[in-house]
Ligand binder design. Structure first.
Ligand SMILES: *Cc1c(COP(=O)(O)O)cnc(C)c1O
Length: 396
């Protein structure tokens, strides 16, 4: 056996011992929040999924699917090259104008995915001479972008404005620029960033604020995201000059975007390596995003459902009222979390266990995401199992 295989095996054994090995499971989603899990040989089961980020079930919407299918027939399956070569289909212009209008910014730029936005955008606004402040619970790809930037990086305690204030007071003067990076809606906890307070700190210290709103678009702020939601709630101004997000969650399609001023967007288009050196999205994917945004903008009742479902569940399980459709049930121990996930699977529910390093050590959890496609009786049944069979084990 080669040393390469030795290395891989050693690593796998170690991960197995710590119950931290991740394995892909073949999963086929249906049109209504269910999923077939497993392969034909390994016991394929139909489960009701509470772990999709397809909050409005738009990946399955007839209008969205037919927009994608029409685009495949007219324009083909792939983009053929990067956006700067021949991959910049006319639909991109429509999608970018649409995102900017909806989110009330001057301009927008669409990338291949949300991950690519963060890896591409952060390093062009912060470099060696700059200070990066990143919330400890911000998404892995914001941390990844900050690491690529190569400046002084400070990971601040989750949503702790005093901590950011202290770091800025101590360190800001030694740096050319400062960039604050946070999720708008935190992906593993479902809570929100205090954007009004962050705006005030950013202005006080001449720092730039960037939010990752992967879980806000389509849900918060009448669908336009967490910045607009915060502006509605707040007394003071909420200004977020760099707002990124994804088209692969509530929009049900694929791709990422940055909404910002015209000059920022123009600069990103000429500098972001993850836009320049990668192939454009298939036109069908762009068409699907446009069709989904139509539905998001017009259907307020649909937009409200995921949060209403999350609130019902939380009430039944005696958890605090959630601020987003993401509800974590923190069980702390990895083994208990894996057991709870397996128990739910036995009862017909798909709720994946989230373990370190995706979440901090000692905070392994079940992460429930609620969508418009769930039914009230299913939510009640799920809550009953969590309350009567899982939480008592966590307390014991
Ligand atoms: C899913 C997610 C991303 C990545 O977006 P993709 O389009 O899936 O690459 C980025 N940030 C957060 C907070 C996310 O939850």
């Amino acid at each position: 056996m080669s040393s390469l295989d030795d290395f891989a095996r050693g690593k796998l054994e170690d991960l197995d011992q710590r119950s931290l090995r991740r394995r892909l499971v073949t999963t086929e989603r249906t049109t209504d929040a269910r999923a077939f899990r497993g392969s034909a040989q390994g016991g394929r089961r139909e489960l009701l999924s509470f772990c999709c980020n397809d909050y409005l079930n738009l990946s399955q919407h007839a209008e969205v699917k037919s927009a994608a299918a029409d685009a495949v027939r007219r324009f083909g399956a792939g983009a053929g090259a990067s956006r700067h070569v021949t991959g910049n289909h006319p639909l991109y212009e429509q999608l970018e104008a649409r995102l900017a209008r909806f989110k009330q910014t001057e301009a927008a730029v669409v990338f291949g995915s949300g991950y690519l936005v963060n890896l591409g955008v952060v390093p062009i606004f912060a470099g060696r001479r700059d200070l990066l402040l990143v919330d400890e619970l911000a998404h892995a790809c914001l941390h990844g972008g900050a690491q690529l930037a190569g400046g002084e990086m400070v990971v601040y305690r989750h949503n702790d404005m005093n901590h950011i204030g202290e770091v800025l007071a101590e360190r800001r003067a030694f740096h050319r620029h400062a960039l604050i990076l946070t999720d708008g809606v935190f992906s593993m906890d479902g809570d929100l960033a205090p954007l009004e307070a962050l705006t005030a700190l950013a202005e006080q210290y001449d720092a730039w604020l960037m939010t990752d709103d992967a879980h806000g678009l389509g849900i918060m702020g009448e669908g336009a995201g967490s910045t607009l939601a915060a502006a509605r709630r707040s007394e003071g101004p909420v200004r977020v000059p760099l707002q990124m997000g994804t088209l692969s969650k509530a929009v049900g399609s694929y791709g990422g975007y940055l909404c910002a001023s015209q000059s920022v967007v123009d600069f990103v288009k000429t500098r972001a390596r993850t836009l320049i050196y990668t192939t454009g999205l298939p036109p069908s994917v762009v068409a699907a995003s446009l069709a989904a945004l139509d539905i998001i903008e017009r259907d307020g009742a649909l937009r409200d459902k995921p949060l209403a479902h999350a609130r019902l569940f939380a009430e039944l399980v005696h958890l605090p009222a959630p601020e987003s459709p993401i509800v974590p049930v923190i069980l702390k121990h990895t083994d208990l979390t894996l057991y709870a996930s397996a128990l739910l699977e036995e009862r017909g529910f798909l709720v994946t266990a989230i373990r370190p390093p995706t979440v901090p050590e000692g905070t392994a959890r079940l992460r429930f995401t609620f969508t418009s496609a769930h039914g009230e009786s299913d939510i009640r049944r799920l809550a009953h199992i969590v309350r009567s069979e899982i939480l008592p084990k966590a307390a014991a």
